[in-house]
Write a protein that binds this ligand. Structure first.
Ligand code: NAD
Length: 505
């Protein structure tokens, strides 16, 4: 069912504006390989215009005072945006599915999460008003201290393509709730729904400049945003390699960054699990969103005593997954996002074969789909810890399997990675789950499941998966600066220097 892609421009200072160089980027439907529209390609000049608009919107002395407005005032806009997303949920889900290839049911779920995220941060914006002037107790009676939580300022938000609108919401909602003004730079591979977020902001009358949305290529639009001297903070989600570049660029003006980067997360399956339940979570943990999830539990560690039976079951379940155009009813696996990503995933699979691994199922393009960037869900065994497939993030539907005999061995194998985003432990023994959870080097641990994510709980990783936490109250803190206010309350002079008026004794 074809749906037209709205033709949009850049969203700057509350208006649609053509990019200075008038260039556009073609959009390709990953299921059909057809050109379905285009998006504007911003460059450094557009970034500069947007940053100036965001600064004006922040400023208290020009009558455009997003930063000093009450949290309750800002919350009204966040709720209005949430309502617009909900009103257009079905259309937005279709646009998302066409643009990045995720199954329509997943895209619809994302839209609920997007609206929920704006609602949640509207609540936190309101609560922020009551938290102002939090007192700090001091050891000296002659001083009084309190804390003001203030918006950091103008923030640059750079996001990836796997959850295009949801990743934007995770940043935009808390940034605006905190009183920051923002420039969002979504991924050039999937920007369509982010431009519809701009339309929602326009419709609800968000004050000009509070949120600016600039589509464009990473080096042309993302890099100048990261290094811009009048941007006060960068929040980035994407690959570890780009995150490192963004951090270097931000370092030039010593602006703080939060980095949500890649992963190679383990899932540990112990021999006391219900095999069917564990099989379904294992597949969901790796093949959800066509395998393009930063926290995908793509390294399966299964206890030796159940390994053969469990892996057989995984293969049977995998062969039953419906792979189709994301718009088809019941689709559970669509294409990966682009020709480049397809090539990359296929390269990983061929390198794994060359290095001696065995492809248990999948490993190719599905026979029934002649067009589109489809990759069969793939399970790989006979993997060693030095193989690329075990060590590096594939970002496609590929699960690698290894066995372990003891709990200690499982933990050692799980932690033997540069990444530290997610991990999952599956066992009926909850004491064991607790022990293993503590030992795992990861920012998120799922127990007897993999991937569920709630905007109330902190999200983020360790090691090369980045630092800082999004979501929950920690997500709001990302955009707040603490101001210490200390007042001298004594009627007596401080008395450190001798007074020239008083004679020396
Ligand atoms: P990417 O790093 O290629 O791009 C991310 C964003 O950075 C895009 O908007 C891109 O245009 C921009 N960019 C590229 N070069 C830039 C530069 N030099 N300066 C500034 N911006 C630049 O990542 P991707 O391919 O879009 O997304 C996939 C990656 O994102 C995976 O590694 C995945 O693990 C990671 N990811 C992490 C999380 C998380 O929460 N940790 C969530 C989703 C995705």
């Amino acid at each position: 069912m074809a749906i037209p892609i709205p033709s949009r421009m850049l969203f700057i200072d509350g208006e649609w504006r053509e990019p200075v160089n008038k260039k556009r980027i073609t959009i390709i439907n990953p299921s059909t390989e057809e050109i379905i529209g285009d998006i504007p390609a911003a460059t450094a000049e557009d970034v500069d215009i947007a940053v100036n608009a965001a600064r004006r919107a922040l400023s208290r002395n020009k009558g455009r005072d997003w930063a000093s407005a009450s949290g309750a005032h800002r919350a009204k806009y966040l709720r209005a945006i949430a309502a617009k997303i909900t009103e257009r949920k079905s259309e937005l889900a279709k646009l998302e599915a066409i643009d990045c290839g995720k199954p329509l049911d997943e895209a619809a779920w994302d839209m609920d999460d997007v609206a929920g995220c704006f609602e949640y941060y509207a609540d936190l914006a309101e609560a922020l008003d009551a938290k102002q002037k939090a007192p700090v107790s001091l050891p000296m009676q002659t001083f009084k201290c309190h804390i003001l939580k203030e918006p950091i300022g103008v923030v640059g938000l750079i996001t990836p393509w796997n959850y295009p609108l949801l990743m934007a919401a995770w940043k935009v909602a808390p940034a605006l709730a905190a009183g920051c003004t923002a420039i969002l730079k979504p991924s050039e591979l999937a920007s369509v729904t982010c431009l519809e977020l701009a339309e929602a902001c326009r419709e609800v009358g968000l004050p000009p400049g509070v949120l600016n949305i600039l589509t464009g290529l990473g080096p042309e639009a993302g890099a100048p945003l990261a290094s811009h001297p009048h941007v006060d903070k960068i929040a980035f989600t994407g690959s570890t390699a780009t995150g490192s570049k963004v951090m270097s660029a931000a370092a030039q003006t010593t602006k703080p960054v939060t980095l949500e980067l890649g992963g190679k997360s383990p899932i540990l399956v112990f021999d006391d699990v219900d095999l069917d339940k564990a099989a379904e979570w294992t597949l969901f943990g790796c093949f959800w969103t066509n395998g393009q999830i930063c926290s995908a539990t793509s390294r399966l560690l299964v206890q030796e005593s159940i390994a053969t039976e469990f892996v057989d079951r995984l293969v049977k379940w995998t062969k039953n997954i419906k792979i189709s155009d994301p718009m088809e009813e019941g689709c559970r696996l669509g294409p990966v996002v682009s020709a480049g990503q397809y090539e990359k995933v296929m390269q990983f699979i061929s390198t794994a074969k060359r290095e001696g691994a065995t492809i248990l199922c999948g490993g190719d393009r599905p026979q029934h789909l002649k067009k589109g960037y489809f990759v069969e869900p793939t399970i790989i065994t006979d993997v060693t810890t030095s193989m690329q497939i075990w060590r590096e993030e594939v970002f496609g539907p590929v699960l690698s399997v290894k066995t372990f005999s003891t709990e200690d061995e499982a933990i050692e194998l799980a932690n033997n990675t540069h990444y530290g985003l997610g991990a999952a432990v599956l066992s009926e023994d909850l004491e064991r789950c607790e022990r293993v959870t503590k030992a795992l080097e990861a920012g998120i641990v799922w127990v007897n499941c993999s991937q569920p994510c709630f905007c109330q709980a902190p999200w983020g990783g360790n090691k090369r998966s980045g630092f800082g936490r999004e979501l929950g109250e920690w997500g709001l803190d990302n955009y707040l600066s603490l101001k210490q206010v200390t007042q001298y309350t004594s009627n007596e002079p401080w008395g450190w220097y001798p007074s020239p008026e008083k004679p020396k004794l």
